[in-house]
Design a protein around this ligand. Sequence first.
Ligand code: HQG
Length: 184
Amino acid sequence: MNEKTAKSVSKFLSLVLRHSPETISLKLDKNGWADVEELIEKCSKNGNSLNPLTAELLEYVVENNDKKRFAFNEDKTKIRASQGHSISVELNLAEAEPSEFLFHGTVGKFMDNIQKEGLKKMSRQHVHLSKDRETAIKVGSRRGVPQILTIRSGAMHRDGFKFYLSENDVWLTDEVPAKYIEFK
Ligand code: HQG
């Protein structure tokens, strides 16, 4: 499998399964699932660079994606993004108890604001947190020189904040007030 093709499929799936299904007139159900046959058909109609998207290519991307961003349902008739949505979907994730510390990778230009108001969802449905510093460095590096924040997730959880673990191991929560963030 050509890795360049797999990467462009992953990028396109992020677009239509997380942010803009209307780009190809795709319908997602309230839990974020798209019908696999419909996705393949609509991708092919739209004359985009993924033409033709095949079931084999889709399966390869789901299995081999570096961050396991997408998942099939049990009988592989539906597919969805496991996290990262900007559109409103109900992922029905069970609450989970986080470890004492989680991490968030960001960049310097956001620090003043984060110090004032904590971490906000911004355009997504959740604040995304990483289980280790290495992962947070990768997340922050998408935007420039990474700044790593340590989140006192254990204390947050004891104070009643809810946490969810996505199918691909990303920790999600609604907000992180500044008092739970270590800025050093
Ligand atoms: C920042 C990628 C100012 C926040 C990643 C981040 C992740 C604030 C940016 C997933 C702020 C939002 C999510 C505040 C937060 N003031 N800036 N109060 N609160 N920010 O992309 O966490 O590769 O929505 O620090 O790996 O960077 O797409 O969130 O820099 O898992 O699968 O606002 O997306 O995954 O950016 O990334 P994002 P994120 P994928």
